[in-house]
Design a protein around this ligand. Structure first.
Ligand SMILES: *Cc1c(COP(=O)(O)O)cnc(C)c1O
Length: 423
C-alpha cells in the first residue's frame, strides 16, 4: 500500500481508526522493569494471555472443588462433552466443517496419529515429501515414521528446496519433483506457513498436485491457525494439525487442533489407534461393548482431555469469535504492510525481508534477515524492549498480531531498530 506515511502521528491515526484496537486491552501485555509495555512481536512463538483466561480456568477449578466427579455432568461447562464447546469456533478459525475438527493431544503427537492413518506405505510408494526447512519436530516425526515402517529415513525423505541463493520455495520445483518421483511418494507433509520464512503456501494447489499423483496430503498449520484464513475444507487436504499456543493464545504447551477432511469422516478402512474417546458416545460408558467408531475427526481422540487447558482454549476462541476472524485477517494485512513499509524506509544494507511481499502468501510474520548473521542486532533489540525471536542461521522473526498489537507497536519497533542500526 502506498498511502502510508512515515511519521508517528500516522501510526496514532491508524490506531485511532482501528475497529479492533480495543482488544489490546483484553490481553496481558508483558512489561519491562519500569512497568512500561514491552513491544511484544512474538505471538508466532507464544501468544499472549487473554484477561478472561484466568476466570475460565478458575471456573473449572471451582467446579472440581465443589462437585468432584459430578463435574463431568454437573459443571457449568460439563467436562464430558467439553471438547465439543471448542469445535464450532475452531472450525471457523481454520475454515473447516465442525465434523472435520477436534481439539486433542499435543501437536507432534497428533502429527504421528495422523500418519498412523494417512501414511500407509508400500514397497514401491513409501516416500514422504517435506519442505527442506521443515520445523525440526515435524522432520523428526516423519523420520521416525519411516523407521517405524522399516524404511531408511534418508532414502525415504524427499526435500522441496529453495533454489540456490533463494529463500522461498517455488511451485514449479514441486511440480518437477512430482513428475520425477510422483509414483514413489506416499505422503506430502508441508508446514502450511513456514516457521522460518513466513511463506504461506497455496495449500489447495499443493493438495491437487499431490492427489493427482496418488499421494496423501497433510499440513502442519502451527503457524497458520489464527494467523491466516486457512480454508482447510476447501483445500481438500486429507489432514492438518496445529497447536493453540502460538497465534491461538491458549498458553504454553496447550493442546493441538486436528482436521480430517469430511470425505474420511465415515471411513472404515483407515487404520487408526483408538481409545475409549474414539468410541460412540452413547455407549462409551457401558464399558463392555465391541468397539464402535465415532465418526469424523472426533473419532481420532483417545483419552478424556485436560479440561484446564481446554478452558484456556475456549477463552481464546471466545475472543476470536467476538473480534471476528475476517476482521482480524483484514487488519493483519494492513498491519504487516505498514511494518514492511517502515522497514523498507529504513533502507539499510544490514537487513532485508525474506518473507513474500504478496499478502496472500504470508501471514503477519516478517522474517528479517541480518547480514553476516549478526545476532547482536537481535540482542540489542531485546534490550531496547522489543520481544522478537532469533532463528538460526540469520533471521529475526517479528509477528505483529492483529488482536493485541498496535500500529504504534510496529512504529516504535522500527524506530528502535533504526537507532540500533545507526548507532
Ligand atoms: C511450534 C511447532 C511445533 C511444536 O510442536 P509441539 O508438539 O507442540 O511441541 C511443531 N511443528 C511446527 C511446524 C511448529 O510450528
Amino acid at each position: 500500500m502506498s498511502n502510508f506515511k512515515p511519521d508517528r502521528s500516522f501510526a496514532i491515526e491508524l490506531d485511532r481508526n482501528d475497529p479492533l484496537a480495543k482488544y489490546r486491552n483484553e490481553f496481558h501485555i508483558p512489561k519491562d522493569a519500569k512497568g512500561n509495555d514491552l513491544i511484544y512481536l512474538c505471538g508466532n512463538s507464544l501468544g499472549l494471555q487473554p484477561k478472561i483466561t484466568k476466570d475460565a480456568i478458575a471456573q473449572e477449578l471451582n467446579d472440581w472443588a465443589n462437585l468432584g466427579v459430578e463435574g463431568h455432568l454437573e459443571a457449568k461447562n460439563p467436562w464430558l462433552p467439553y471438547h465439543e464447546f471448542l469445535t464450532e469456533g475452531m472450525a471457523k478459525i481454520v475454515g473447516a466443517k465442525p465434523i472435520e475438527v477436534v481439539v486433542m493431544n499435543t501437536l507432534t503427537a497428533n502429527l504421528h496419529f495422523m500418519m498412523v492413518s494417512f501414511y500407509r506405505p508400500t514397497k514401491k510408494r513409501y516416500k514422504i515429501l517435506i519442505e527442506s526447512d521443515a520445523f525440526p519436530s515435524d522432520k523428526f516425526a516423519v523420520e521416525s515414521q519411516l523407521r517405524h515402517h522399516g524404511f531408511n529415513q534418508h532414502e525415504g525423505i524427499i526435500l522441496w528446496k529453495p533454489r540456490e541463493d533463494e529463500e522461498l520455495l517455488r511451485y514449479e520445483d514441486l511440480e518437477d519433483i512430482m513428475k520425477e518421483h510422483g509414483d514413489e511418494i506416499a505422503l506430502i507433509m508441508i508446514g502450511g506457513v513456514n516457521y522460518y520464512t513466513g511463506q504461506y503456501f497455496d495449500l489447495e494447489r499443493i493438495t491437487k498436485l499431490g492427489h493427482n499423483y496418488g499421494a496423501v496430503v497433510g499440513f502442519d498449520c502451527a503457524h497458520g491457525a489464527g494467523n491466516v484464513p486457512l480454508n482447510l475444507h476447501k483445500t481438500g487436504a486429507d489432514f492438518a494439525v496445529w497447536c493453540t499456543y502460538k497465534y491461538m493464545n491458549s498458553g504454553p504447551g496447550s493442546l493441538s487442533g486436528c482436521f480430517v477432511h469430511e470425505r474420511h469422516a465415515y471411513s472404515k478402512n483407515l487404520n487408526r489407534f483408538t481409545g475409549w474417546w474414539s468410541h460412540n458416545k452413547e455407549t462409551r460408558f457401558n464399558m463392555r461393548d465391541e468397539f464402535d467408531q465415532l465418526p469424523g475427526a472426533e473419532g481420532w481422540q483417545l483419552s478424556n482431555p485436560p479440561i484446564l487447558s481446554m478452558a484456556a482454549i475456549k477463552a481464546s476462541i471466545d475472543v476470536f469469535m467476538e473480534a471476528g476472524v475476517e476482521r482480524l485477517f483484514k487488519k493483519s494485512i494492513i498491519l504487516t504492510e505498514y511494518f514492511e513499509y517502515l522497514l523498507h524506509n529504513l533502507d539499510h544494507k544490514k537487513i532485508s525481508i525474506i518473507t513474500p511481499q504478496n499478502p496472500s502468501e504470508r501471514g503477519c510474520q516478517l522474517s528479517i534477515q541480518v547480514k553476516n548473521a549478526d545476532k547482536n542486532l537481535h540482542d540489542k533489540l531485546t534490550k531496547s524492549g522489543v520481544i522478537s525471536d532469533w532463528r538460526e542461521p540469520d533471521v529475526i522473526r517479528c509477528a505483529p498480531v492483529p488482536l493485541y498489537n498496535s500500529f504504534q507497536d510496529v512504529y516504535h519497533m522500527v524506530e528502535k531498530l533504526k537507532m540500533i542500526l545507526h548507532a
